[in-house]
Design a protein around this ligand. Structure first.
Ligand SMILES: N[C@@H](CCC(=O)N[C@@H](CS)C(=O)NCC(=O)O)C(=O)O
Length: 276
């Protein structure tokens, strides 16, 4: 990510206040057997979760901070948007440079601030896992769903790494470093078909779901990177019809459309990976 992006407007006042408190305020969702119906438990400000798994306890609001591009932000925004938690993005005066060498655990974004927590969370997978746990959208009521969710998140990171290696971005042209013409050709001819083939086999039976709900945090996180890949080539679905159905199902979801239209709390985000 170029340094010009790091200078994008940034410091959430809410996040700064939140960063002074402790993690004690973060509650663990109750086990499925003790959960009450959503209507009896949702906080006034929370939007309804897109899954049937709704946390029994009101959870603190969260603030997701990232640059105005998809890159590592879309995956987290997808998980936040479908979580049912009250969430916001960084405020206009958020200053990444101010937290980069202090509060940010790895000096990078995305960062997740939880109201009541004493420090932000770094690493997009940790952010997605935390949101998934807080909102009970991580499939953890069913160990198979949880394992699948975790696998898909790891797979999404592998796909992201493959794109970073070989695809030009809005900021780095083909021919720079490992983004050679040869690697780029290999990406689309071999790397993507291999990954899509593996994913196609993991979908449950003849369904368009990887899990019982089809909307666990790992699926939403994976959607975030696959959407970015599809912006470069939708041929990835040529031999993966079930995966295409899975993709279209999540794509057409109102909460996904909100994120993509720039009408979610995250606002507008630009395309990161591009064609040469
Ligand atoms: N492994 C990290 C990578 C995060 C990352 O690479 N962040 C970049 C933007 S995509 C960043 O913050 N760059 C600005 C900087 O390092 O100053 C994650 O998944 O969150």
């Amino acid at each position: 990510m170029p340094s010009s992006l790091a200078a994008s407007p940034a410091a959430s006042a809410a996040a700064a206040v939140a960063s002074k408190r402790s993690f004690a305020a973060i509650k663990r969702p109750a086990a499925a057997s003790t959960r009450r119906p959503r209507s009896a438990t949702a906080t006034a400000s929370a939007t309804p979760s897109s899954t049937d798994a709704t946390p029994a306890m009101a959870q603190p609001a969260i603030t997701l901070c990232y640059f105005e591009v998809y890159a590592k932000g879309l995956q987290c925004a997808m998980v936040a948007a479908h979580s049912g938690l009250e969430w916001r993005a960084k405020s206009a005066d958020f200053n990444f440079k101010a937290v980069k060498d202090t509060a940010a655990p790895f000096g990078q974004m995305p960062l997740l601030y939880i109201d009541g927590a004493d420090s932000p969370i770094g690493q997009s997978t940790a952010i997605a896992s935390t949101i998934g746990r807080m909102s009970n959208t991580d499939g953890a009521d069913d160990i198979k769903d949880f394992a699948m969710s975790s696998m898909l998140m790891a797979e999404a990171e592998d796909l992201y790494a493959a794109m970073v290696k070989a695809s030009p971005t809005a900021f780095v042209a083909l021919g720079t470093g490992t983004k050679t013409a040869e690697n780029h050709a290999l990406l689309w001819a071999e790397v993507m078909p291999h990954h899509m083939g593996c994913l196609e086999k993991l979908l449950v039976g003849d369904t368009d779901k990887f899990t019982t709900t089809g909307l666990v945090s790992g699926e939403l996180f994976l959607f975030g990177i696959i959407y970015q890949i599809v912006l470069c080539s939708d041929a990835i679905f040529d031999d993966a019809p079930k995966l295409k159905a899975w993709y279209n199902r999540i794509l057409s979801h109102a909460k996904t459309q909100d994120v993509l239209a720039g009408t979610s709390p995250m606002g507008k985000m630009g395309q990161y990976f591009i064609n040469p």
